[in-house]
Write a protein of this length. Structure first.
Length: 76
């Protein structure tokens, strides 16, 4: 699970992947429909999980629960 921050307007993007370097490259080359309009992106936070399902659950938890997002942003 990872969090990106746009260098254009400080927007955030939360995602999950099994290869963070590849995925960041895809975001910054415009291959992601959701992030291509705010290039470039930088990784500001990531968490490693033993399974993709666990990482995806964490991603969805951050997206659905504002309190979880707020608590994480305090730590970053």
């Amino acid at each position: 699970m990872y969090i990106l921050k746009s260098k254009i307007d400080a927007s955030f993007y939360v995602g999950s992947t099994n290869d963070l370097r590849r995925r960041l490259s895809e975001h910054n080359s415009g291959k992601s429909i959701y992030t291509k309009h705010l290039l470039p992106w930088k990784v500001i936070y990531y968490e490693a999980y033993s399974t993709y399902d666990s990482a995806f659950k964490r991603e969805m938890g951050l997206k659905k629960r504002a309190r979880s997002w707020q608590e994480l942003m305090k730590r970053i």
